[in-house]
Design a binder for this molecule. Structure first.
Ligand SMILES: [Zn+2]
Length: 131
C-alpha cells in the first residue's frame, strides 16, 4: 500500500480529483487555478469517472531510470469520459493489441520505485475496460 505521506501529498492522484470551471464547464485533471479557456477562477471539484479511451499511444523501449525494469511498455494519452486528457501507461494488454479508441479504465498501481531502499511511487495505469 502507498505510504501515508504520499496519500496526503497527492489527493488528486489517488482519487482522480478533477476541477470543472464554474463559468464555461471545462474540466481539468489535475485541477488548476485559472481556466485556460475562459480565464475563470471558480471551480467545482469532483471525482472523475475512471473510464476513458486511448487517443494515441507509443511504445517506450528506453525509458528513464525509474521505469527501467518495465520496458518496453505502452504509454498513451487517455481521453477521460469526463473530459480531461491525461498521460498514462497502458498495461494488462499485449503491446501490439493497444489500439486508438480502445476503452480503458484507470487503476491504482505501483508506478516506479526509487532505488533499492527508496519509496515506491503509486499512480494510475490504464487497463483495458471490459464492457
Ligand atoms: Zn472556463
Amino acid at each position: 500500500m502507498p505510504t501515508a505521506r504520499s496519500w496526503r501529498a497527492y489527493p488528486q492522484t489517488y482519487r482522480l480529483e478533477a476541477a470543472r470551471c464554474s463559468k464555461c464547464g471545462k474540466a481539468f485533471f489535475p485541477p488548476r487555478l485559472v481556466c485556460n479557456k475562459c480565464n475563470g477562477r471558480q471551480f467545482e471539484h469532483f471525482d472523475m469517472k475512471r473510464t476513458g479511451k486511448v487517443v494515441t499511444h507509443t511504445i517506450i523501449r528506453t525509458p528513464s531510470d525509474e521505469f527501467s525494469g518495465q520496458a518496453p511498455f505502452a504509454l498513451g494519452i487517455i481521453q477521460m469520459d469526463d473530459g480531461p486528457r491525461l498521460t498514462s501507461q497502458i498495461v494488462d494488454v499485449p503491446l501490439e493489441d493497444v489500439r486508438i479508441g480502445m476503452p480503458v479504465k484507470l487503476e491504482f498501481r505501483r508506478v516506479s520505485s526509487e532505488g533499492e531502499a527508496g519509496a515506491i511511487q503509486y499512480g494510475h495505469k490504464a487497463v483495458p475496460a471490459r464492457d
